[in-house]
Design a protein around this ligand. Structure first.
Ligand SMILES: [Zn+2]
Length: 269
């Protein structure tokens, strides 16, 4: 019971964070990437007793925070592989004030299956440079697909992004996202296929239990990070960075967590 209540609370929190543009949020104090001590931000409108007027406390006291630096991992052949079943849709393009974000339309049926669980794709968004690092090194950008199960449990699937060949699907996003923070574009009529923003080789991936990488940093979110990156052109990266640059949270301590990954070294790896 408690589990369900927690999950519902998480879902509500996440949807608020993800769908409300930052400027429209009431009661959620604004935050930024320059000073990432988000747990110190006080809700000055709150009449709640301390510590309830520090709405982002989890960002500081949580022990399962994301992102993390990927230095090594325990390999296992028995991991449940994420199987994306995304379909083309007619999304809404958001400039949230924190990132470029694409929300799927109401009734969108694209999902990712992980084991026996099915998670619906709610939205995806970009960070530049990447939030997860590999031995301390960033990719040029990182794409987070936010997928939510019926009970509110979330799975974030990520594509690392590096400069290379242009990506036509990514260009549709750049061409349709509003340039002003807090704006959305729901009337583009543009059909977008999220599958084309995933690496075709998804054989190797890393997974761990993490959190939202933005306030309120809620935990209980499983990450699935594909080892192979996708590419966008240098012009496309510049276009993304003109909207948002350095919107990456610093990596967080593992605190004893072990990353697991699929085995490496086979043909075609
Ligand atoms: Zn993200």
């Amino acid at each position: 019971m408690r589990h369900i209540v927690r999950a519902k609370l998480l879902l509500t929190t996440m949807l608020t964070v993800m769908i409300s543009p930052s400027w429209a949020a009431s009661g959620d104090p604004s935050w930024g990437y320059k000073n990432q001590s988000w747990w110190l931000i006080k809700d000055t409108l709150s009449t709640q007793p301390v510590p309830l007027n520090y709405p982002y406390g989890t960002c500081g006291i949580g022990s399962n925070q994301a992102p993390v630096d990927i230095q090594g991992s325990a390999s296992t052949a028995r991991l449940n592989r994420p199987n994306p079943r995304y379909i083309p849709g007619l999304p809404t393009f958001y400039n949230t004030g924190y990132s470029v974000q694409v929300n799927t339309e109401e009734g969108y049926l694209g999902s990712v299956a992980i084991g026996n669980d099915v998670f619906s794709l709610i939205q995806f968004h970009f960070h530049a440079p990447s939030e997860h690092t590999f031995n301390g090194r960033h990719y040029d950008a990182e794409l987070h697909f936010v997928n939510i199960r019926e009970d509110g449990k979330a799975a974030v699937m990520t594509s690392m992004i590096m400069v290379g060949a242009a990506n036509a699907e990514f260009q549709k996003i750049l061409d349709n996202v509003p340039t002003a923070a807090g704006q959305k574009n729901s009337t583009s009529g543009v059909r977008l296929n999220p599958n084309l923003l995933l690496p075709t080789n998804r054989r190797q991936f890393f997974t761990y239990a993490g959190s939202l990488t933005t306030p309120p940093c809620a935990e209980g979110i499983n990450f699935y990070i594909f080892a192979k990156p996708i590419t966008i052109s240098s012009d496309q990266l510049a276009g993304l960075k003109r909207l948002y640059d350095n919107n990456n949270r610093m990596t967080q301590p593992l605190n004893g967590r072990v990353l697991t990954s699929t085995k490496t070294g086979g043909m075609g790896q």
